[in-house]
Design a binder for this molecule. Structure first.
Ligand SMILES: [Zn+2]
Length: 158
């Protein structure tokens, strides 16, 4: 198979045949390096076009010519959750399914120390779930119910 000479045929034929292979190797080596450099230049040119609007670059790294997006108009709404947004909370496990109910009934007012009487018909319920250790038998966690009684004496009712 005869390869195309790297120079015009007339010129190539004037090069001594024992020099031709060395010249081919040299030229092929340069062509290979030029190809790699061209690919690198193309990639770097592509990177030069990047800015904060078409890549993940921060706006602080933008050249001065890049126009900034105007700040968004305020929506007029408050920050955070909007009115009527459902409260994110875990629903309580029914009393029949809890392991234990622990009544936390204070006997004395914590402000004045006065004795407390009566019961709260709807005490604040607080559930504590103990997660079993990974080595323990697989038991579904059962919450314990604590009834926090809210009793007030007439002395410090507000
Ligand atoms: Zn009190």
């Amino acid at each position: 198979m005869r390869r195309e000479p790297p120079l015009p045929q007339q010129l190539w034929d004037r090069i001594p045949p024992d020099i031709q292979p060395a010249l081919r190797v040299l030229i092929e080596g340069y062509e290979c390096r030029i190809g790699a450099l061209e690919a690198e230049v193309a990639e770097l040119k592509e990177r030069l076009k990047q800015n904060s609007r078409n890549s993940s670059r921060p706006p602080s790294a933008d050249p001065p010519a890049v126009k900034r997006k105007p700040p968004r108009e305020p929506s007029g709404r408050q920050r955070g959750a909007q009115p009527g947004h459902p409260r994110p909370e875990r629903s309580l496990v029914p009393v029949e399914q809890v392991k234990a109910v622990v009544p936390c009934k204070p006997t004395h007012c914590r402000r004045c120390g006065g004795a407390l009487q009566g019961t709260d018909p709807q005490p604040l319920r607080h559930q504590v779930i103990e997660v079993p250790l990974p080595t323990a038998a697989r038991v579904a966690p059962r919450p314990a119910d604590a009834n926090l009684w809210d009793k007030r004496t007439s002395c410090c009712e507000q």
